[in-house]
Design a protein around this ligand. Sequence first.
Ligand code: CAA
Length: 274
Amino acid sequence: MTSDDGTATGEGGTAPVVRLERDGRTAVVTIDRPKALNALSPEVLDALAEVIAELTADPGELAGVLLVGAGGRAFVAGADISAMAGLTPDEGAQTAEHGHAVAAAIEALPLPVIACVDGYALGGGLELALACDFIYATEASRFGQPEVHLGLIPGFGGTVRLPRAVGPALAKELIYTGRQLDVDEAVRVGLVTRRFDDREALLAGARETVQLIGRNASTAVGLAKRVLVGAAGTPTATATLLEIEGFRDAFRTEDMREGVAAFLEKREPDFTGR
Ligand code: CAA
């Protein structure tokens, strides 16, 4: 269910578990279930899918999306463990498919999505952050795939996207041990691109980045994301073809004509997103 202001609600339509706010050219999607450290229950996954579908259908003038967790202790502490307790193997697989569908929808959204991590990003929470375009984090953040402590393995893309982010050896070490990285190590290994003192600085920094992105042709940014996401993990020849197709599509846009003309005429471009 989505309210008038774009808030996906759950629990009988009363308690918003995911909030969507549009503020100028930035959208902020907040996972708001702090009592369970924003754990991804089926309801939260549905609400996230709904909000992402809404952004995909109507991006308007948006230049980027921030994904945040409410409450100040966690981005997301994982898939909801109590919701998984009595599942059959097939239901377990359906849970994984549910999380994968949300991750795929984030990757298919033609807008950059910045995971803004303040606190725990564990299990499904780290996997959700990895489906975003990049991760910004506060000093207080911790990252890990602790599923083996529960007799589980990562199920929302950790075995796929974590090796791409940090390399296969470190991904294996993290998944086999379940140990947590602090923000220093997360930056050092390339998992986090920027660190901030606190939540306020984190959100301000992420908004600044969206502003920088917003100066560019949104058509080009969307095409670049399509190619980067599509090419991830594919052989060089396949990735190269995807890039050539994306480059071709850029020539179909008015923004490309405008951007090149503006450079040649020594003036600022006036991009329209077409
Ligand atoms: N699912 C459901 N509830 C969770 C949760 C989760 N993943 N993580 C935390 N919570 C709940 C706790 O049960 C607790 O609820 P109650 O107050 O009702 O008891 C509340 O959030 C606060 O948590 P803690 O009291 O445990 O807080 P803490 O500060 O002592 O510890 C923590 C914080 C280290 C993050 C700890 O909560 C923890 O280890 N959480 C589980 C992390 C985890 O294992 N994540 C992976 C889940 S499996 C998964 O994600 C599979 C997948 O890949 C799809």
